[in-house]
Ligand binder design. Structure first.
Ligand code: DX5
Ligand code: ZN
Length: 221
């Protein structure tokens, strides 16, 4: 079985108590902190920038921080997040003028890099970067909001990307983001994902430990 990573999206956390929320979700069994950066330009919503990432590092969070940039342009934000302690930085290829340069900027800064594909974004964006990316993030909702329903057609796309990763011979993580919960996480894993973002399915529950355990129990079946 692959190593499965659970990445709670702090988009659905209580921002007024963010440090505690992140501490709690990590103590409850999360592997990675998923950090949704929205700019009210590339996506129709506004969240938080690199200062909040730095604040979490200063608060003492040492777990990997997976920064999902939903911004355009991307390069200035990449530089800021590299300085703020990001571990992984992904961006949407159509939001960058020079995708290879943006990926290289992330790698040169010492973080892991990846591309994010929206539900209707074609796979050809991966064509000349499979030797470079550490992670591919497939959106299973249209980006901008938490709490949306998983788009079922994404399962075929996950299978197609899994095949491309296997053909590449590289150990590229396949992350899926949007509408994931205990009742569908197994199907997403079977399609080939090994990293699962979940916002509302964890932070809207009273017991984060129980929510994450329910997902792991499904994955273990
Ligand atoms: C959507 C974000 C997701 C979202 C996931 O634009 O990228 O990370 O917060 O939230 P849920 O799990 O509630 O769909
Ligand atoms: Zn995200």
């Amino acid at each position: 079985q692959p190593e499965y990573l659970i990445a709670p999206s702090i988009l659905s956390a209580d921002f007024a108590r963010l440090g505690e929320e992140v501490e709690n979700v990590l103590a409850s069994g999360a592997d990675v902190v998923h950090f949704d950066v929205m700019d009210n330009h590339y996506v129709p919503n506004l969240t938080f920038g690199s200062m909040i990432c730095q604040a979490l590092r200063d608060y003492g969070i040492t777990a990997p921080i997976d920064v999902h940039l939903m911004v355009s342009p991307v390069d200035s934000m990449i530089e800021q997040f590299l300085s703020a302690g990001a571990s992984i930085i992904t961006f949407h290829p159509e939001a960058s003028q020079h995708v290879d340069r943006s990926l290289q900027l992330i790698k040169d800064g010492g973080a892991e890099c990846g591309l994010v594909l929206n539900p209707a974004t074609p796979l050809h964006h991966l064509d000349y970067v499979m030797d470079k990316v550490d992670q591919i993030l497939l959106m299973s909702v249209n980006p901008g909001y938490g709490g949306q329903s998983f788009i079922e057609g994404t399962l075929d796309k996950i299978r197609a990307v899994r095949q491309r990763i296997d053909e590449s011979g590289r150990n590229i993580r396949l992350e899926v983001d949007g509408g994931i919960k205990a009742s569908n996480i197994k199907a997403v894993a079977e399609a080939g994902a090994d990293m699962f973002v979940a916002g509302s399915a964890i932070f809207n529950q009273p017991d984060y430990h129980a929510a994450i355990d329910a997902m792991r129990a499904e994955l273990a079946q």
